[in-house]
Design a protein around this ligand. Structure first.
Ligand code: THU
Length: 160
């Protein structure tokens, strides 16, 4: 028997202007697109912005449905749209934010498990890392890749 440890390391920024201009632009794009969220059930407006390796910024928002599970998170809306339009472009960075009643989430918004799994699929597919920014009023967290956000993620290759 042996005990194993999983360690993730995050960087915390107390103010958005501590980040590079490129990163700030991505976070501001995520904040801006929250206005397009369709979230009449939760009133929680989530915005995601991706920077692709072709230089394009792609955004997405959560889209809810009266049949609750039929909706989709902002992160997957953005990723699937990006992959549909630019199948040969990897995601380099991603910013995630949320607003409720027009106010930015107080603490950094962490993506749900399903979105983390989809981000990891993108890292595997393009053999790249996605740098992720979790936006909040109190602080912004960055993490070097999606795999660090979901240790022991499902990997179909382990079934071979
Ligand atoms: N939501 C996202 O868009 N991203 C996440 O990572 C977690 C949750 C959405 C789904 C739903 O529309 C609302 O937030 C409340 O759960």
């Amino acid at each position: 028997m042996k005990k194993l440890e999983i360690v993730s390391s995050l960087t915390q920024y107390d103010q958005i202007n501590e980040l590079s201009e490129e990163d700030q632009k991505l976070i501001l794009a995520a904040r801006e697109v929250t206005k397009n969220s369709y979230s009449p059930y939760s009133n929680f407006k989530v915005g995601a912005a991706l920077l692709l390796d072709n230089g394009k910024i792609i955004t997405g928002t959560n889209q809810e449905n009266a049949a609750y599970p039929s909706g989709l998170c902002a992160e997957r809306t953005a990723i699937f749209w990006a992959n549909s339009q630019y199948p040969n472009s990897a995601i380099v960075k991603m910013a995630i934010t949320a607003k409720k009643n027009g106010q930015l989430a107080q603490t950094p918004l962490a993506p749900c498990g399903a979105c983390r799994q989809v981000m990891i699929e993108s890292e595997t597919r393009y053999n790249t890392k996605i740098k992720i920014f979790l936006d909040g009023k109190d602080s912004i967290l960055s993490i070097e890749d999606a795999a660090s956000l979901l240790p022991l993620s499902f990997d179909s290759k382990s079934l071979k």
